[in-house]
Design a protein around this ligand. Structure first.
Ligand code: ADP
Ligand code: MG
Length: 618
């Protein structure tokens, strides 16, 4: 048989390699920014158009390239950063593979302009799909400009796979944040479709964080600093009270390189344990500096996963350093058990005559007296059962639409034959024949003809709210409550971009916005379901959900909005509900279009038939 193995031509090999290096426009941005940093630039400009699909340009004032280097930089495995295998174990640069420019040139139209300090004139090269179109001398400033147009022009399948401009822009912004935070001492400018997004002067890390994430961030930062033989730890953590429900700002940098490390993340979580609510995530910007010989960044081509030699020690240091910072900055409320509380008299009390303490007694209180109808004792116990944690039944006010046509069709209730309006929440509860019962502040138990239902209160309420919000968005008839004093909420630039994108849907559910000035948004009205104190939390949750989940079309946008709102505003496990609220919830759940599943596809209730129960007694 004839030989059939052949070496692939370079342009094919490059295109294949490009699949690894360039997944989307943001990957190009990362590679170009890192090249500029490796070239020791002090000022870097990033220009993007059409979500990076149309144009990405990075201009730096670094060391530039000679004529030969400029030509060679587009060859695969051409790099100035390492010369021998051992260099891999002592890396101080971002790049080392020599693949990026070759890969990018294989799948886009690329234009390079570069000049070194000692050259009078620079070089200008044009490449399209690995083919050099043009090369000549040019008068250019010192440094390098790399322009990438029409990404994936020769791979339509990849190009079609790209998301909307907004989504790709968001990925680019994330990448930009990572690089800009890792190098606060470098000045960055970022333009999108002709408008300035960021202008970050060279600074220290704290100011860089504040420039990127907004002024409000400053007060949230707690410094972290520790020098040991193995690692230098520096940076900031966000105070525990600013922990977010979704993963917010979580950044690890190892030797000025953004990394992901679930293991070290766990160490941070450990340090925050007990200080943040379960289900919330702490924010951090942590820089680790280790001997380059003890870190392996060669694991993955996109290079965010790394391997440390002594991960266990790092883990321990990190955890204790953060604990120390939390304690030192008085973030943890201090309790001193050694101190005698009697000595704790304020100075101002010195010399003051002491008043006789007096006790107020409720002379009507009789723990043995019973209330005829409910059998509850008057006093402490009754206040518990009456307590509705948020008065959440008010949530429904104003939401009903004209023709609800509610009919609990899937399940027939035991009491139906007696009184059809029995589940009207406004009806006097004393008449209720079907009792409801709250189990472990998590479930609502009630009876149906064939037996009983156990309803998960949180999921059921999510379903109810979800359908109401979705209806409001679709028919645009939300009821909003005007705030007496409009709130001014501040957001980072990235958050504002998202806010502008989803503004229309937010208005549809009842938010009313005033002017957006710089980083502050004026909120004039909110949906009736949202308490004023919750506005900031709800908005932050919405924005971060959109940041994570990046949805593309308006249909899924409405769906996500309704989901997020329902999740944020629903009653939670652990909340006590009074009888009226329990009954209203049961009623509303079974009036939903879909009753069995929560918006997140979890079961809302289970039924246990009388037969099931009988069988247990045999
Ligand atoms: P790597 O960064 O892994 O070396 P690249 O393909 O990204 O590989 O770049 C190839 C080479 O081109 C680099 O090693 C560097 O010498 C040169 N180069 C790339 N970008 C720049 C720049 N902005 N300024 C100066 N030299 C650059
Ligand atoms: Mg590179």
């Amino acid at each position: 048989m004839a030989d059939i193995i052949r070496l692939l031509p370079d342009h094919v090999a490059n295109q294949i390699a490009a699949g690894e290096v360039v997944q989307r426009p943001a990957s190009v941005v990362k590679e170009l920014l890192e090249n500029a940093i490796d070239a020791k630039a002090t000022e870097i400009k990033l220009i993007v158009k059409g979500g990076g699909k149309t144009l990405i340009q990075v201009v730096d004032n670094g060391i530039g390239m000679s004529v030969t280097d400029a030509r060679l930089s587009f060859e695969r495995h051409a790099t100035s950063k390492i010369t021998k295998a051992e260099d891999l174990f002592n890396l101080s640069t971002k790049g080392f593979r020599g693949e990026a420019l070759a890969s990018i040139a294989a799948i886009a139209h690329v234009e390079l302009k570069s000049r070194t300090t000692d050259q009078e004139v620079g070089t200008h090269i044009k490449i399209e799909g690995s083919t050099i179109i043009d090369q000549d001398v040019a008068v250019v400033p010192k440094g390098t400009s790399l322009l990438v147009k029409n990404l994936f022009f020769n791979i339509p399948a990849r190009r079609n796979f790209l998301k909307s401009d907004q989504v790709e822009f968001r990925h680019i912004t994330d990448e930009f944040h990572r690089v800009a935070l890792a190098h606060p001492q470098i000045g960055f400018q970022f333009y999108n479709n002709g408008g300035e997004v960021f202008n970050l002067p060279a600074n220290d890390l704290r100011k860089r964080i504040v420039h990127i994430f907004g002024r409000k961030t400053n007060e949230k930062l707690v410094p972290v600093q520790e020098d040991t033989q193995v690692v230098k730890i520096s940076g900031f953590i966000l105070k525990p009270e600013f922990a977010k429900k979704s993963r917010g700002e979580q950044f690890f940098f190892a030797n000025n390189r953004f990394i992901k490390s679930p293991y070290l993340h766990h160490a941070v979580l450990g340090a925050f344990e007990g200080l943040i609510k379960p289900g919330t995530h702490p924010g951090y910007f942590l820089c680790l500096e280790v001997d380059p010989g003890t870190i392996d960044i060669n694991i993955h081509p996109t290079k965010t996963e790394v391997k440390f030699d002594d991960e266990h020690t790092l883990y321990a240091y990190l955890k204790s350093t953060i604990k120390h910072s939390l304690g030192q900055f008085n973030v943890i409320p201090a309790l001193d058990f050694e101190q005698d509380p009697n000595l704790d008299t304020p100075y101002a009390y010195k010399g003051k005559a002491a008043n006789t303490p007096h006790v107020t007694v409720n002379s009507n209180f009789n723990p043995f007296r019973e209330v005829a109808s409910t059998g509850k004792s008057v006093g402490a116990a009754s206040t518990y059962t009456k307590k509705s944690s948020k008065g959440w039944e008010n949530l429904y006010e104003g939401l009903e639409i004209a023709t609800p046509n509610h009919k609990p069709s899937t399940i027939s209730f035991e009491s139906e034959h007696i009184n059809n309006t029995i589940f009207d929440a406004n009806k006097d509860l004393k008449d209720a024949v079907t009792p409801t019962f709250q189990l472990r502040k998590k479930y609502i138990v009630t009876t149906i003809k064939s037996g009983m239902v156990v309803i998960n209160q949180s999921r059921a309420h999510q379903r109810v709210l979800y359908e109401k919000f979705l209806r409001n968005i679709t028919i645009k008839e939300a009821v909003s409550q005007q705030l007496l004093f409009p709130l001014s909420l501040s957001f980072s630039k990235a958050e504002l971009t998202i806010l502008k994108e989803i503004k229309e849907s937010l208005c549809a559910v009842g938010f009313v916005f005033g002017a957006i000035v710089e980083e502050a948004v004026e909120v004039k009205g909110v949906p009736v379901q949202v308490a004023e104190s919750e506005v900031q939390m709800v908005m932050e949750q919405l924005i971060s959900d959109f940041q994570m989940e990046i949805s593309d079309n308006s249909f899924s946008q409405s769906d996500m909005l309704a989901k997020t709102l329902s999740k944020t505003l629903s009653v939670k496990t652990g909340e006590q509900l009074d009888e009226a609220s329990q009954l209203a919830l049961v009623n509303d759940l079974f009036a939903c279009k879909e009753t069995t599943l929560s918006p997140f596809n979890k079961r809302t209730y289970v039924t246990i038939s009388e037969n099931d129960i009988e069988r247990k007694f045999i």
